[in-house]
Design a protein around this ligand. Sequence first.
Ligand code: AMP
Length: 279
Amino acid sequence: MNILTSLSELRANLKYMSGSLGLVPTMGSLHEGHLSLVKAARMQNDNVAVSIFVNPIQFGPEEDLDIYPRNHDNDLDILQSEKVDIVWIPDVKEMYPDGYQTYVTVEKLSRYLEGARRPGHMRGVATIVTKLLIAFAPDRLYLGQKDAQQSCIIKRLVADLGFAIDVLICPTVRDIDGLALSSRNSRLNPDERKAAIVLYKSLSEAQTAFANGETDASRLRTLITDVIRIEKFAKLLYVSVSDINSLKELHYVSDRALCSIAVKIGSVVLIDNIVLEDS
Ligand code: AMP
């Protein structure tokens, strides 16, 4: 496994690579959710690259950039055992040299959900992913359904900018009690960890209601809100039942919808989503 930090090293390494390349971008502190992307990339490509970069421009001034979990030694052990070919761990100056001023914005899709809650976040995500796609020129890019809006935006930018890349979205990996795995879960204390189950519980109840014929989006939103309200450690930041492609809020769910929530548990904001679908 080649562990690289500079762009010039990365270019030199890629030059001698033959066969297809799958890229998994991450912010590190890896868990089974990330690993599911790495495993999918390993199965479908001759070469697998993982980037580890906590991207400062996708964090707002009041957000958790400084305390975002970082664990490079453990990450490298895990990636080594998954037979990853290249790990790129650039520093901030490598990605954003002095005087940096070029950004990518996916206009409409960035206005909803996390984009509305975190101004500039989706611009930061779109910019770093574009830079990674240019640096690696992979054949396939692996993303998680856990960050549904991010995945939607990146699919749009790949199409809009004409990158010849397949974008593959992998299902959300959950803990045994349903909590979606996230690097931020490590910041929950035991009581908060128990309370965090409420995210999946509320989404599951919406799914059951939809399966039983509830198609009114506002009633589905209310149902989720009511489940979360009961949990004293949880504060609902938003609930959305939206079109899966445009992310626009729906009045009624006809066949499919993306149901997304952001919930603050203690000081940690967690997001999760579920796709409501006619079975
Ligand atoms: P992050 O390190 O949080 O930026 O995530 C890197 C990639 O892993 C993104 O494409 C995420 O959507 C994906 N990911 C994070 N958590 C999960 C999960 N629980 N299941 C599947 N994919 C995930």
